[in-house]
Design a binder for this molecule. Structure first.
Ligand SMILES: [Zn+2]
Length: 267
């Protein structure tokens, strides 16, 4: 069984001490590959270095809402440059976030997101989209709809999908896929499970968003890691009444299609 963690941050300091063991545990759990997006210009080199170090590691390059307040138009060239690296498979992590402590105004966030959506379309790369709440989901989908990515087959992914079925349908219509993360494993996540049960299996991928939000039963560990994709796959399998092997196969194929990477990775 092969799984792909389509979104994790192994460059995070939480993994500094034991990244090697984390990568080994991922492989042992069948998670042969993972995509590590950048958040800022500061960590793009680290993310690219990890992609060079680990065969199973791919990178996303992009600027996250929290780090886009001092954006200059010329910055898009820096991302374009970084995206030339052979292990870069996406533009991300990008998106919108109106949380109170985010410095960038809505207008700045819109401009930075639109520039990065256009770059992704230019480079034929999918986008890894971050959202905070219903308002950002709606605005993000509106901007994608107005961008040249709209309707493309490999437009991108709504990472850490936790919205309602209406948002899911709008995203699917735009060509996006939905990435299911740890919360789907929580016994209390009834609403999310109900939405996931209605999603077409050929349009979902799996992720941990490590080190954030460990899935059940790892919530006490305070840190998620790529190996945990397996319990997320098991939860999706239970919701869809399928075997976990089937969910692994389908979601791995979906991720390979999305990121244009080989159909099998090396265990
Ligand atoms: Zn992330």
């Amino acid at each position: 069984m092969e799984l792909i963690d389509t979104h994790c941050h192994l460059d995070h300091e939480y993994f500094k001490a034991d990244r090697e063991q984390v990568a080994e545990r991922a492989c042992a759990a069948g998670v042969t590959r993972w995509v590590n997006p950048s958040l800022s210009f500061k960590n793009i080199p680290t993310v690219l270095a990890l992609a060079e170090q680990y065969e199973g590691c791919y990178a996303g390059v992009g600027i996250y809402p929290r780090y886009c307040h001092d954006w200059q138009p010329i910055d898009i060239d820096r991302i374009r440059q970084a995206a030339q690296h052979e292990k870069v498979v996406a533009i991300g992590e990008i998106g919108l976030d109106y949380y109170f402590n985010i410095k960038a105004s809505k207008a700045t966030q819109f401009a930075v997101l639109m520039a990065q959506l256009a770059l992704a379309a230019e480079l034929s790369l999918p986008v890894l989209l971050h959202n905070r709440n219903l308002e950002t989901y709606k605005d993000t989908l509106q901007l994608v709809a107005e961008s040249p990515l709209a309707g493309r087959e490999r437009a991108g992914v709504l990472h850490y999908f936790d919205a309602d079925y209406d948002i899911a349908c709008r995203a699917l219509d735009l060509g996006l896929v939905l990435s299911i993360a740890g919360p789907v494993t929580y016994p209390t996540a009834k609403k999310l499970s109900a939405v996931v049960s209605k999603l077409p299996l050929d349009r979902i991928v799996l992720e941990t968003d490590a080190p954030c939000m460990p899935p059940h039963p790892y919530r006490d560990t305070k840190r998620s890691e790529p190996a945990h994709v397996r319990v997320i796959a098991e939860a999706v399998a239970a919701i869809h009444n399928k075997r976990v092997e089937e969910i692994a196969e389908i979601t791995t194929q979906n991720a390979c299609r999305l990121f244009a990477i080989p159909e099998t990775g090396k265990a």
